[in-house]
Design a binder for this molecule. Structure first.
Ligand SMILES: Nc1ccn([C@@H]2O[C@H](COP(=O)(O)OP(=O)(O)OP(=O)(O)O)[C@@H](O)[C@H]2O)c(=O)n1
Ligand SMILES: C[C@](O)(CO)[C@H](O)COP(=O)(O)O
Length: 398
């Protein structure tokens, strides 16, 4: 049993960009889905592909995951129409021993293994077999000016799909016969096979087995992928913050809400807690909600000497007000002294308490700057922070 994948089209109706069979869907080229389907089907022992003359590099990239497969033949070059491409693919298989051939559009990446099973069973039972789905719309003819013609009996209509299954030798002969008769207008192999006098039956297709053809279809699938990514990842956002305060008179500094003894204090409008200031900005950054100065201006006397836990708690409340949660907070203190190590756990615990998160979701680290810059000269301390938060999916899907 062989499969012949038609991938030699230019995808002109799909609009700008790569030929549609090489565009990415679920992170891989559309053609790869059909290669995967047939190369992993137990009844299929040969897979042939017809491709465009200029598409070899694109094909190689799409087929790379299957390059080691002995079932996959080197691609043949297709023709100017689908009919011509199928003919070229059938000729490329001429030296092989094949009973049934399954002809499939690369542009139909959603066909299932169960559909292939039905195609094979139906071909063995009936000769030619094509999948079809009932049409749900009213179907009518139109004249050349677009005028409405006769209504067709939709109960007697089916929208035909692939894979279509045929006796290989008969299909090859039918294609040769059609070419000899100057018939180049067959849009599927079932019609050509029937024209050559062979029986073709329609078996149950799959509504999901659409042929990707228009830009609108690609937009719908791109949107679906974006939604699936959101559902998988959640709406995770990350913000960063940075703050600096100079040393001034005093005998301790406040870091992460903890009083740490030191030869100096930190000067600032509030309590000059660089750690909580950087973390507050990181949370606000993740929310896209301004910065600490916008919410608590240094010009406002209310915040003179304020406990920076207020700023931090306010930023956390903003996350909660939007239905979000804090996934992680991480901060690095930058300076020569005081040493952070002995106070790390107390700082983590206080930050966790202010923010209402588990201790495991808070990281506190420190580094010197190898005596370089203002921190290296012991003129002050800096802190850089990141905050990871998760917002409800509805925010972006609304
Ligand atoms: N000369 C052609 C034309 C089409 N096909 C293949 O036949 C399938 C169905 O054709 P269609 O959806 O019409 O693809 P395109 O011809 O590429 O599209 P368009 O008509 O928009 O250019 C596709 O997998 C396409 O690659 C082919 O192998 N050789
Ligand atoms: C073979 C086919 O997919 C059955 O629906 C269809 O006829 C291909 O049509 P196109 O003219 O190549 O778009």
């Amino acid at each position: 049993m062989a499969a012949l994948i038609c991938a030699a089209g230019s995808g002109s109706r799909a609009g700008e960009g790569l030929p549609k069979q090489y565009r990415l869907l679920d992170g891989r080229p559309i053609l790869s889905a059909s290669l995967d389907l047939f190369l992993n089907h137990p009844a299929v022992s040969l897979v042939a592909t017809v491709i465009g003359a200029d598409h070899r590099a694109l094909y190689d990239a799409a087929a790379a995951p299957f390059a080691a497969s002995e079932t996959l033949l080197a691609p043949a070059i297709g023709g100017d129409s689908r009919q011509a491409s199928v003919r070229a693919g059938l000729e490329a298989l001429a030296e092989r021993e094949i009973d049934i051939v399954l002809v499939h559009d690369a542009a139909r990446p959603f066909a299932s293994a169960a559909l292939v099973d039905r195609a094979i069973a139906s071909a063995f039972a009936n000769g030619g077999a094509v999948p079809g789905v009932a049409v749900v719309d009213t179907i009518c003819e139109v004249d050349r000016g677009g005028g409405r013609g006769a209504t067709l009996d939709r109960e007697r209509c089916r929208a035909l799909q692939t894979p279509q299954a045929f006796d290989y030798a008969l299909l090859r002969a039918a294609h040769a016969q059609a070419e000899g008769a100057g018939r180049a207008d067959f849009t599927d192999d079932g019609a050509l096979y029937a024209w050559a006098g062979h029986r073709v039956v329609v078996f149950e297709g799959e509504t999901e087995n659409v042929k990707l053809t228009t830009p609108e279809q690609f937009e719908v699938f791109a949107r679906r992928e974006a939604v699936e990514t959101l559902l998988t990842l959640g709406d995770v956002r990350m913000g960063t913050g940075f703050d600096v305060h100079a040393f001034g008179p005093g005998d301790h500094v406040i870091l992460g809400g903890v009083a740490v003894p030191h030869d100096f204090g930190l000067s600032g409008h509030s309590d000059a807690d660089v750690v909580l200031h950087a973390l507050t900005d990181a949370v606000l950054g993740a929310l896209g909600d301004g910065d600490i100065g916008a919410h608590f201006p240094p010009s406002d006397p209310t915040w003179k000497g304020a406990d920076s836990a207020k700023f931090m708690a306010d930023a956390v409340a903003r996350v909660r007000a939007r239905g979000g949660v804090i996934a992680h907070l991480d901060v690095t203190v930058i300076g020569e002294a005081p040493k952070v190590g002995p106070h790390r756990e107390a700082m983590r615990a206080r930050i966790a308490e202010i923010c209402g998160v588990a201790l495991s979701r808070v990281g506190v680290k420190a580094t010197t700057t190898e005596k370089l810059g203002f921190a290296g000269r012991r003129e002050g301390l800096a802190a850089m922070a990141s905050a990871t938060i998760r917002l409800p999916l509805t925010e972006d899907l609304a």
